[in-house]
Design a protein. Sequence first.
Lengths: 357, 357, 229, 228, 228
Amino acid sequence: MSLQIRARWQPGRDFELQLDCELPLTGVTALFGRSGCGKTSLLRIIAGLERVPDAQVQFAGQSWQRGRHFVPLHKRRIGLVFQEHSLLPHLSVRDNLLYGYQRTAPALRRLHPPEVTAMLGIDDLLDRRIDQLSGGQRQRVSLGRALLISPQLLLLDEPMAALDTQTKADIMPFLARMAAEAGVPIIMVSHAPDEVERLADQVVFMQQGRIERIESLQQVLARPDSPLFADTGAVSVLQGPLGEPDQHGMRPFGPPEARLWVPTSSSSGAAEATRLRILARDVSLSLLEPRQISIQNQLPVTIEHLYPAQQQRCLIACRTAQGQLLLAEVTPRAVSQLDLQVGQKLYALIKSVALLA
Amino acid sequence: MSLQIRARWQPGRDFELQLDCELPLTGVTALFGRSGCGKTSLLRIIAGLERVPDAQVQFAGQSWQRGRHFVPLHKRRIGLVFQEHSLLPHLSVRDNLLYGYQRTAPALRRLHPPEVTAMLGIDDLLDRRIDQLSGGQRQRVSLGRALLISPQLLLLDEPMAALDTQTKADIMPFLARMAAEAGVPIIMVSHAPDEVERLADQVVFMQQGRIERIESLQQVLARPDSPLFADTGAVSVLQGPLGEPDQHGMRPFGPPEARLWVPTSSSSGAAEATRLRILARDVSLSLLEPRQISIQNQLPVTIEHLYPAQQQRCLIACRTAQGQLLLAEVTPRAVSQLDLQVGQKLYALIKSVALLA
Amino acid sequence: SEPIRIAAAANMRNALEEIIGRFQQSHPTARVEAVYGSSGKMTTQIINGAPYDLFFSADMTFPQQLWTVGLAATEPAVYAQGRIVLWSTTLDASSLTLDDLTDASIRRIAIAQPAHAPYGQLAQQAMTQAGVWEAVQDKLVYGESISHAAQMTQSGAAQVGIIAQSLAVYPELAVHGHALIDARLHSPLQQGYVITRRGGERPPVLIFADFISSATAQQILLAHGFELP
Amino acid sequence: MFELGPAEWQAIQVTFRLCLNTTLILLVLATPLAWWLAQGRSTARVVVHAVVALPLVLPPTVLGFYLLIVLGPRGFIGQGLESIGLQHLAFTFEGILIASVLYSMPFAVQPLTQAFQQLGRRPVEVASSLGAGLLDRFVSVILPLTRGGFVVAATLTFAHTLGEFGVILMLGGSIPGETKVLSVLIYDHAEAMNYPAAHSLSLLLLIFAFITLFVVYSINSRFVVSKA
Amino acid sequence: MFELGPAEWQAIQVTFRLCLNTTLILLVLATPLAWWLAQGRSTARVVVHAVVALPLVLPPTVLGFYLLIVLGPRGFIGQGLESIGLQHLAFTFEGILIASVLYSMPFAVQPLTQAFQQLGRRPVEVASSLGAGLLDRFVSVILPLTRGGFVVAATLTFAHTLGEFGVILMLGGSIPGETKVLSVLIYDHAEAMNYPAAHSLSLLLLIFAFITLFVVYSINSRFVVSKA
Ligand SMILES: Nc1ncnc2c1ncn2[C@@H]1O[C@H](COP(=O)(O)OP(=O)(O)OP(=O)(O)O)[C@@H](O)[C@H]1O
Ligand SMILES: Nc1ncnc2c1ncn2[C@@H]1O[C@H](COP(=O)(O)OP(=O)(O)OP(=O)(O)O)[C@@H](O)[C@H]1O
Ligand SMILES: [Mg+2]
Ligand SMILES: [Mg+2]
């Protein structure tokens, strides 16, 4: 299943959108790029809101646009969240939410108002007029409205930009489940790396009207100079099974030869394939096996590559005993003091690990 | 200098704003609170956009509202960035930017269009119509427009929500300088903890229409359960002088007995009072003085308090030799393995430090 | 069956209503409907298919026009002669003469538009003959029709109006006196009527037309300020 | 205070039918036209926009005269109708209805165009994305959001048609029960110097119009869409 | 094609003065009224809104007659004026100007109210925050953003005043050079069955109106504010 787009669009003198790509339609696709690079424009072309001549858009085998053939938006079943709030001002919150729901054939409805409003925390707002909502409340209603048409594709343009951390944390698992379990592909614009890391299965990097690369999250994370890390630095993601908690509530992750301990935050049981997200700057290296230290996770690793220092930080790619890639970020001074070399065996000390999804 | 507000406002059945506070007007004040808690409403009352009966607003000795006395917004010289984009659609980008500038007495103008547009990266957009801008571009123009009236107070309602990391990184130092050097107090709503940590001098926490507490950033950061840390966990901020870089480009921070090494990212020279931000989860504890390890910063500390474990994490407050507070986050297992106690002397290993401002 | 439709000059209104009333007393089954307006407008309407059976004009020109283009079933016949009067609600008009119109105390004089209203032309002729036309030029205000001139005078906005005698005898207007203008000062205003081509094919219409020249009808016309031909 | 005779009742009925029909027909005609006009800025649109307003410019009787010529038995349309076995339209209710529609056209087209222009395209885009088709969008989004424009269009049309008599008198010939409307009747009474009747009927008309307008505006003001 | 005599020129001048003045005065009067009407939904507003439309409802000549009585020497206003040493307003240019303003009031007030309502308060808030005072805000923000409403108001008023003659005829008495406007002249020609003159003048009026409207709409369409 994929979304094929071919389009060339020049809305103004200074900007041209050139698209010829095939977006995978599994899970969540994050659209990432600087302000003004064309993310919103791309979504509008997918939705058919800009009817660009000669564009071709094909969604999972359905041709949405080709030559004179053009499926109008209202027949595409796309759940759309606009970048700017766009609730219908003459309708109450409830009627905004139900507008699309009522226009969805009952057989196609997979989501229903009660669960969506509860998830978004807008139960108490249903009778309000739109101008009686705060910015974040509006954004949640917009998202709810798009979800309630039980779309076959969700296009979300910065759907959580106005939300606080806690509210985002409530919504993200829901979106992840939509994509994973209900099989509704999501294409989401986001400027927040944490949202991308948390939700995305693949990331589309855009720059100046072009798609630069499309990478799986794995690939993105393995690339230390990814734009995603402008803020947090490089990240590794390890995959492996997660065991039952011990008496301290720590759960073993990975095979014995590359065992990490993960604090249990949720009460979920053991799982076969989980993902651990490890910031490179959370990984230290020690030549000796450290003792009497609070860092619980110590893995024997081999240095595979030393990246040249950038901005006083050296990135070191290590291979675990299990063969997975782990990035460590250390200072150039540490590299020279410890005399780090490719092939050297040493210990990676992992300060904190975060379980994804 | 302070902003005194006393108001009681009930815009609807379910919500009441109750304010009786005095906001300090030094530097940047962050307004932090969940969606719908009343942040925008507070700004509107300060601006005089909601003329609430019996409210009192006093700004740095000027009475803006008291009884029948009411200074209208256009005489308050407030730079306002609304939460939703609010450019004037009949004016070009240039005319939007100049609208307020031209209405500011030349003697009062401290900022001028060229520097502001360059800083915001909107130089190329000046001749555009408003509907030819992307969301982030609009937000930048709004911010520029507010700055160009050279206001005596800036009220920013999520001014960077639609911006990418890089653009934000370009703008934040500018705002920090506005507040610090030009002495323009900024009150800013933000949901992004990194923005708050980066910019704020004090944080106003709001909840359900009330101001819960007003704390300096120091205090906020010292409080491990602060709502700011819902995402990143607790943070310590150390203050001290910063020295000249060594041959690896590392700069000494703090006195010799509590010396840390900070990577130089900018070419700024030595400074007397700088701030270091250290995430508690970046701090490990070791009973022995560690050797042959990439972690450069090792401080002898004394445990001052052990917070009870929460969600598989223990927070340990340590006092440095210099007497500053440093928070370390470790697992309960580490606490029991190392048998940590109050008063114990040990080494704090600080993986990474970030220089603020 | 369809009523007898009469188009009549506005100044005929009260007289014709009474005549119709009388006619219906003697012809209880007949239905007669009259429409009043300016003669020019009605001529245009008849030319363009208006369903009028009879046309009582305020002059002879318009009926003549219909006859010429073949829209009249009968040659125009004079049914009455109009006279004009000086009338006022602010002054005692009964003692007014045309010469008084030049008096400075009279600021506004209402007449019907001479360009198209027959009574307006009459007023113009009379004032010209009396030698006051030039002098009153700046005082004149023009009504769309003779009844408008009467209304302007009635409101007091025009102190004097030169209106049809048939209007001045309206009960509403008769409370104020009027002065008849010498008939020698203007050409006689002969009001003519025709049966339209449509009316010509309808017997009841012919009966009503006959009734107009009956003594009863003539009596009524006289009583309403008309003179007989 | 004043007894309404059969003539008055007849006129009231005709007036009511005329106003109602004019308003309805006009809204139906003006809506698509205004929509088209609001979509762009081509010269064709500007020309149509100007042409729509032209009937206003002529004195009503003169306009009535021209309509009489066109719709009457010798006119282009009247003859066309007669040639296909129908009646010409002069002196008929249908005729004055057409005239009223034409004459009030700018009162409907202009406010609607303006309302559509001010609407912007976002609400329509939103409705499309939520699965609403063309007609559905119109009824559920455009109509309520431009309701103010429709109210202006409808009330101006309605009020103007109530008061209009120049065109109607000329084209309709004030035939009782067919083309004799209340305004013509009042005019008649005034002409006949029957002032009590004219005053009473005027008052009646004013009261009726006031009540209608009051109710319409009241309902409208309840639903004002506040823009945040 | 058609020679304009002095009478025609005079009528053209009067017409032009009347239309221009009516439109300007009306915009000046209607703007604050419409602004007030747009600010809320009180009963007082609804009543005023309905009352404004009422002059439309009366047949023009009848309205003219009532105005004649009120503005004339025996009327409330006319007497008032005379008592302070001024002239009453019947048969004067000022009189027909007042009548035109009154009669066209709804054409100006309604579209403006509607435009102001659709505007929302955000642009005004923005302008305030940028240091613009009341008048400044009006000129620099409200006016351009509701320009469509002003264009509708101005063109409807203008066109309607061009064509109106019932009220003017009655109240003005068609005094050449003072109250005799083009529409009255055309009417006179048509009544006198002087069709060539009526046709030519009508055509002239239509062409003039068309050009004016075309220019206004062209300029307006250039500045349409696209809502994103
Ligand atoms: N007119 C109104 N009627 C009823 N409730 C209102 C009205 N206006 C605002 N509210 C409520 O007041 C509360 C505060 O709104 P406000 O816009 O100040 O929130 P906020 O803190 O800015 O939220 P956000 O971060 O989502 O923008 C919200 O819960 C909102 O629903
Ligand atoms: N009508 C237009 N004329 C000229 N340029 C336009 C027009 N519409 C959009 N653009 C430009 O196209 C570019 C892409 O806009 P788009 O809205 O897709 O950006 P974006 O990636 O969504 O940015 P943001 O993150 O700021 O929302 C922008 O640089 C914008 O200025
Ligand atoms: Mg965008
Ligand atoms: Mg807000």
